[in-house]
Design a protein around this ligand. Structure first.
Ligand SMILES: [Zn+2]
Length: 67
């Protein structure tokens, strides 16, 4: 008989989840994915896909990606 005893690194996975935790709509608390928006440095008008309300998301310079 073969016994498998794998030690899974659960901690790393949890840390990744925390980093990817989405921003939530301030009105309906719906998680918003900003991949669908063309975010620029400054104020961005975001429309929630759930409640259709708009709000301002401020993007700082550090968010800007090179390339
Ligand atoms: Zn909403």
């Amino acid at each position: 008989m073969i016994r498998k005893n794998k030690h899974q690194k659960k901690k790393e996975f949890e840390e990744q989840l925390v980093q990817k935790f989405p921003y939530r709509c301030p009105y309906c608390d719906q998680p918003i994915s900003y991949d669908q928006f063309d975010l620029k440095v400054g104020e961005n008008v975001i429309q929630c896909c759930c409640c259709k309300k708009t709000y301002i998301k401020v993007v700082s310079n550090s968010y800007e990606e090179r390339g």
